[in-house]
Design a protein around this ligand. Structure first.
Ligand code: GLC
Ligand code: MG
Length: 243
């Protein structure tokens, strides 16, 4: 039987180099029992750079661009791409978002056919912009979701695609049950993972938007770790899986 470990990278698996290496060794010793998935906001290219820079284990799958892409090694999952392409009108959504001057487009390397990403100016009134943008998308009949992370990053994705939906797609594909699936994260783009019927670890250094979600919706399936980053993952694995 396999365990499915789905972890965010920045400020979750990565952030405390010593803890990352300790966890790596631990995972390596259980490698044949674990299906390892990295779920990140980064592009696939930037994920590969981080893996080599931080000497991370090679994952079985990568959920990149906040769930907009799924890779097995370097191969994009085309079934997922086709599924999330339905009712997704990137050009219309981008031209609507452009009307919001407080939204600064992120670099081209972070955009992909199913992900439009901006940075919100620090002094902007976050909640009213998010609300107004969502409202405009809805009244224009554009199917999209907005994901806000780290009080700065704003991603617009197809309604069907986020980290949580991508992980559930993989879980079904691999036929791994909920009680042996564990997700780990620290920020807003991880919330959709905690919303699935799985166990979850929120690392001690989590951002305010994830902690606020946990206060409101957290259940016994969600473990608030006492340690930051990879140390928190280690703690939660032991709590849920006993190893
Ligand atoms: C990563 C991505 C960025 C995204 C952010 C939050 O930093 O590079 O495009 O906005 O995650 O999801
Ligand atoms: Mg993160």
């Amino acid at each position: 039987m396999k365990f499915l470990l789905v972890t965010d990278l920045d400020n979750t698996l990565v952030g405390d180099d010593e803890a990352t290496q300790l966890l790596n060794q631990h995972l390596q010793s259980k490698r044949s029992q674990i299906c390892l998935v990295y779920a990140t906001g980064r592009s696939h290219a930037s994920t590969c750079e981080l893996i080599s820079q931080k000497q991370l284990l090679a994952p079985d799958y990568t959920i990149a661009g906040v769930g907009s892409e799924i890779y097995q090694n370097a191969t994009l999952d085309l079934d997922w791409a086709e599924y999330i392409s339905q009712n997704w009108d990137k050009i219309a959504i981008a031209s609507l978002a452009q009307q919001f001057k407080q939204l600064k487009p992120q670099s081209l390397t972070e955009q992909n056919p199913w992900k439009i990403s901006y940075c919100l100016e620090p002094e902007a009134d976050n909640s009213s912009i998010l609300q107004e943008l969502q409202q405009k998308l809805t009244t224009s009949g554009l199917a999209a979701q907005i994901i806000f992370s780290s009080n700065r990053d704003l991603d617009i994705l197809p309604k069907t695609s986020n980290k949580g939906n991508a992980l559930t797609y993989l879980q079904q594909h691999l036929q791994i049950p909920s009680d042996t699936t564990l997700v780990c994260g620290d920020s807003g783009n991880d919330i959709s993972m905690f919303e699935q019927d799985v166990r979850g670890i929120i690392v001690a250094n989590a951002m305010s938007e994830l902690l606020a979600w946990h206060r409101k919706y957290g259940t016994t399936n969600h473990y608030l770790a006492g340690s930051a980053c990879a140390g928190g993952i280690m703690e939660g694995m032991n709590y849920f899986w006993g190893f």
